[in-house]
Write a protein of this length. Sequence first.
Lengths: 266, 300, 340
Amino acid sequence: MTELLRTEAATKIFGGLVAVDSVDLRLEEGQILGLIGPNGAGKTTLFNLITGFDPATSGEVYFKGERITHLSQPEIVSRGMCRTFQILRIFRNLTVLDNVLIGMHTRSRGSVLDALLHTPSAMAEEKRMREKAMHYLELLGLAEHARDIASSLSYGDQRRVEVARALAAEPDLLLLDEPAAGMNLAEARSLTAFIEWIRTELGKTILLIEHNMRVVMPIADHVVVLSQGKKIFEGTPDEVQGSTEVIEAYLGEAYIRQMKRRAAHA
Amino acid sequence: MSWEFILQQLISGVAIGMAYALIAIGYSMVYGILKFINFGHGAVYMVGTYIAYFSWRYLMDRLPLWPSFGLAVLIAVLGSAIFGVLMERVAYKPTRGRSRLTTFMSSVGVSLIVTYGMEFLVGPEPRPVPALFPGVRFEVGGAIVTGTQIFMFFVALALLLLLQWFVMRTYIGKAIRATSEDIGAAYLMGINIDVPISVTFAIGSAMGALAGIMIGIYYSAVYPTMGWIAGIKGFIAAVTGGIGSIPGAMLGGLLLGMGENLGAGFLTSGYRDAIAFTVLILVMLFRPTGIFAREQRSSL
Amino acid sequence: MSKWIPRRVRLLTLAFIAALLLPLAVRSPFALHVLVLLGIWVVLSESLNFVTGFAGQLALGHAAFVTIGGYVGSLLMIHRGWSFWAAILLGGGSAFISGLVLGVMALRLRGDYLGMVTLGFGEIIRLLAVNLVSITRGPMGLPGIPRPVIFGYKFSGQLPYYYLILALIALTHISIERMLFSRFGRACLAIRDDEVAAEAMGVRSYTYKVLAFCISSGYAGLVGVFYASWATLFSPDSFKLDDSIMMSVMITLGGIGSLLGPIPGALGIGALPELLRPFTTGARIASLRLAGVGLVMVVFLILRPQGIAGMSTEKIYISLDPIRKLLIRRGDSEPGEGSP
């Protein structure tokens, strides 16, 4: 399998705080990689480094073999990577359709001049874009809301708009930041199936931050565990679930010791 | 081009620069606490100056020079402080939750109302201001220093030091710093944020009025639109030195004052104001957070 | 096949036709003079609204671009004998390029800082105009600007200027609409809504902001040349900081970011001196007008940030509702692909 994404010793330091500490990550085409870890572990910050949201303090990021470490977000998006945000960042005052159309920005053409002159090619391109955007909305079950202002939708629908928007960018690598946040059991299950579907039917590679193990474990090929900025473990979902380091990271050393003491006394 | 000439320009620059520093304080402190550029500051500066002017004119015939001046200054300081607080309550507090831009535009509106309201009331013609130190001048290294300039420098310096002490050592000063640091946290800690905010506006306005009085005496004139340009220069001084910083305001003021005078000395004086704006653009281009940057931010 | 025409377009077309016919009812040169002036404000407000309302960039130096265009056009007409039509194109072009220069420098700054820098730029331009006496004749200005000639007919009186400004208004509005409802316009709106998210979706926000800025400056330049020819005199006082702020108030009143807003905003504020006339003598009217303008600004910002033509929303920048409302009808389909 070909390597799609690689980070080497990626590090981000904010003032005195080392948010991401020399993390090596490797993602192959067609994989779903789960990035887990307690809160504050640096998962989103790592996302930010990879996508160009925040420049890395040191270390390198490679995408499709190309060094993208200090490229800007638009440059990275046009190379085939797109993300969603942990805290929803859709365009609240635009229509749902417009949100998706923006997602398609890097996959479409159209200059100011075309807009002014209404050239036939520009008009045809606009038509093509709208049809494609509607297609993505239908995929996410949002077609009926196309003309609604994004902020008027329910939270769950807004999250789906964000996913539709990211898909519209036709990325080879999709980064999802806690897509299951706030979802109940049924929704999470449906999301899990959907993510798997994106991988198999749309042929995308996915890097996924999630707290909800019911979403990550069933579909992830590989899991990386971060704690306090460092990578403390990586492996298959089964290996991760069995690892004491991971359990310690989530529950805390003191708790583990307490559990062991209780087990010893029992 | 001689050393005396340059020295002269620098001396004038220092004097006027200290006045700019006092104006800059108003912008700096308000920006620090409410995070917006108070475009109305210039107007308050003008109002304070006019209060002093009319008070002094009235008292001059009834009291000797210095007591009448002192009392006029006192009245102006109080009046401008009250005015500043009122301005905040009426025009800025209602927009507090909204974007900075909204409040900024509101301040632009306030500036218009106050400046042109004043112009409507008293007329646009400049009024002459009597001199405070007639004929007092010293010679230093070939350049002349007037009594007014010395007065400006030391009074402004004293005020800045006093303010620094106030902000660092008093309880209200701490409250102001806390609210500037994180307004939400300050609120949650039980600080009634209206108080530090009002005090900030009061101090900034009073400083502005004092600066206006100095400048009015220095140029022997007051006129309704004096706040426009002085205000903008005060802003430029604040930004150059680092907005939110009191030493920064002083440094920025001095740099601007001296730079302006030197530049105007070598080019035509018509370009004097243009120098200030060029400084602004240069600072914004190369070091938007200012010299004593309090916070390093990638996008200002 | 019936093509659905949005309500907005119907409204504007009617208003335009009414404006075309207006001189039949209004004959006095003074009234026409005022109307031309209002027309100028409309074009300026529309262009400012494009950069401030749609791209979200506060520009307080708009008058500077009018000045630049005005001087370039005037000098070309006076010293090089260029025709008005060639001069107006170059005036617009020079303003566009000036916008590029300023934009490239300033558009990495945030909101209020950008406002101050553009304000500073405006003042620099004014001071240059006053001090470069060899070129601009300083405060005395450039007199004797020739009137436009079209197909052998030379403009005289107010009427031809009136129709010319109407044409300019139509050109401005239609072109702005076309740009707005395009990939470019969408990108600008996204930048205004959430610049970082727009970048995360691949929009090079800096490029688009600069482009929007240049375009709006270009329109201002066109106005400058028009004004120069109309007033036959152009000086540094023709368009100053006060006017830049006036335009900001106009779009605030109309509703920043609303499609139709600039028009009532410009007409309302522009007509203010006439409305104030009964209350005060001519000498102080300028002061009262400006104070009144400030008052309008503050009142609207506090009580109705969405302006006249905006819809009910919270923050000043959420005024895209009018676009939606005027675009969409319950049950109807969207107007054609592209042109409304």
